[in-house]
Design a protein around this ligand. Structure first.
Ligand SMILES: [Zn+2]
Ligand SMILES: [Zn+2]
Length: 367
């Protein structure tokens, strides 16, 4: 039996309960969870804005220690500390073979089931329970693909490691892995939640000359200065486009990052780019949402609009770079962590996220 938070229905609280768990099969491992991030992507599922099969154990941002290994596991062993990737790249599909393990085709097809198309969790009624991103880290122990595990040294704190599993890689990776990015680039970051703050940190890594943070909450904007924002704009009471022109001497920014993911923020971002500028959509908008983009503006001003999923390249590649930045003191991931909760308080953790509290919350399995 393993304790897990199960979502049976959108807009209802998760139920923390015991589930039956199968042992790891071939190329699978059992991980004892130590830390899990409270991320907005899970919240979209809870609110019914992202369609996911249910019942499901949510949570896709985590770190833990390998407790057991199935047959044919070669890359990790019992006792290894790991960052968990929410895309367990298969290594064999076209996306994986072209360097886009973050978009693994096999992973997308099998979704919330394991690679063999079956489940590892059942509830007391013998009903199969899905695992978000094959992980479902809001559980004490999880059985997942070996490929989802990225081994780290023992000196990397597990709360920091868990954030590298999603928000740090999505935000920092979304900046540093952009092909045309350059030192001194001016950037604007729309949305200063967990991913947004990490996008700002990414701006610091590439030595941005100006990092403009845009949000609607004054407290979040204030908080973003801690991470390297040089200017802030409250889009609730200021004209974002006008203000960005003012800050950039009438040019607009070289790069815009929509870390929130919505029609309004993407539209503001594209409008605020300089001639030849690039807008990167990092945040996931609710399913089916579309944006109004001025097509003439795109053509006449040579603007580029791209999406960035999970850091734009294979997750393990970004993890490795981020760990090095962290170890050399260039990435202040610790300051993003503001609150810790035991698994039993998972619903409370999401109420705090919904109310717009600063920084990241963590489910700490050791408290
Ligand atoms: Zn996430
Ligand atoms: Zn693949």
């Amino acid at each position: 039996m393993v304790k897990a938070a199960v979502l049976y229905e959108a807009n209802k609280p998760m139920v923390v309960k015991d589930l039956n768990q199968q042992a790891p099969k071939s190329n699978e491992v059992k991980v004892k969870m130590l830390a899990a991030g409270v991320c907005a992507s899970d919240h979209h599922v809870m609110k019914g804005e992202t369609a996911f099969p249910m019942p499901i154990v949510l949570g896709h941002e985590g770190a833990g220690i390998i407790e057991d290994v199935g047959e044919n596991v070669t890359s990790v062993s019992k006792g290894d500390k790991c960052i968990l990737s929410f895309v367990a790249s298969c290594g064999l599909c076209v996306s994986c073979r072209t360097g886009l393990g973050n978009l693994c085709d096999t992973n997308r097809i099998t979704g919330t089931k394991q690679y063999d198309g079956t489940f590892r969790l059942k509830d007391e009624k013998n009903e199969d329970i899905h695992q978000m991103a094959k992980l479902g880290v809001f559980a004490e122990e999880i059985v997942i693909p070996e490929n989802a595990c990225f081994k780290i040294d023992d000196d990397v704190p597990l709360d920091v490691a868990c954030l590298i599993g999603c928000s740090v890689t999505t935000g920092v990776g979304g900046v540093i892995n952009q092909k045309e990015i350059f030192p001194g680039a001016t950037i604007a970051v729309f949305g200063t939640g967990g991913v947004g703050l990490n996008t700002i940190l990414g701006g610091q890594i590439i030595n941005s000359s100006k990092i403009i943070a845009v949000d609607i909450l004054e407290s979040k904007l204030e908080f973003s200065y801690k991470f390297g924002a040089t200017h802030t704009i409250n889009s609730k009471n200021e004209d974002v486009h006008e203000k960005i022109l003012e800050i950039t001497n009438g040019k607009g920014v070289d790069f815009g990052f929509d870390a929130f993911g919505s029609a309004i923020t993407t539209e503001q971002m594209v409008k605020s780019l300089r001639k030849g500028g690039t807008g990167v959509i990092i945040g996931l908008a609710p399913l089916g949402m579309t944006a109004n983009i001025d097509l003439v503006d795109m053509v006449r001003d040579h603007k580029t609009l791209v999406g960035s999923y999970y850091g734009s390249v294979s997750p393990h590649v970004t993890f490795e770079r981020i760990i090095e930045f962290y170890k050399s003191g260039r990435l202040d991931i610790n300051s993003v962590i503001e609150r810790k909760y035991p698994l039993e308080k998972i619903n409370e953790a999401y109420e705090d996220l919904e109310s717009g509290k600063d920084g990241r919350g963590i489910i700490d399995f050791t408290i």
